[in-house]
Design a protein around this ligand. Structure first.
Ligand code: AMP
Ligand code: ZN
Length: 119
């Protein structure tokens, strides 16, 4: 396990600890992948570390294994569900202007149709 910090008030910590239910797609020692409750594409997964770590603008050098691991996990899941060839989008929302709602580091994986890119 990379780290084991849990924040009581954090909804994604609760999902990682199964205190609230979610549609889990895949899980290993360090990461959980689950379906976004408000999907923006036919496939919309969230990849989170089990340990609480803040958003990208709070990352430190010591977090590089977690941050890199999230991207590698997204690639692994994309291969598993068969969208590596058709394509997918990975998104980190950071802060207010990006509409970030949850401050537990998470990576969105969107796929399943041609995706528009808008701001
Ligand atoms: P962000 O805007 O990057 O912070 O994204 C947070 C995402 O978490 C949003 O897309 C929400 O739809 C999603 N979300 C919030 N609560 C839940 C939940 N209980 N289960 C699954 N997804 C959730
Ligand atoms: Zn958390």
């Amino acid at each position: 396990m990379l780290k084991s910090i849990i924040v009581e008030s954090c909804i994604f910590c609760k999902i990682a600890n199964k205190e609230i239910s979610s549609e889990i797609v895949s899980e290993d020692e360090n990461f959980v992948v689950f379906k976004d409750i408000n999907p923006k594409a036919p496939i919309h997964f969230l990849i989170i570390p089990k340990a609480h770590i803040g958003p990208v603008n709070t990352l430190k050098a010591e977090d590089k294994d977690i941050a890199g691991g999230l991207v590698l996990k997204a690639k692994e899941v994309a291969e598993k569900i068969g969208v590596s060839g058709s394509g997918y989008r990975l998104i980190f929302n950071v802060g207010k202007d990006a509409g970030m709602e949850v401050d537990h580091l998470h990576l969105h994986l969107l796929a399943g149709k041609p995706l528009k890119f808008e701001s």
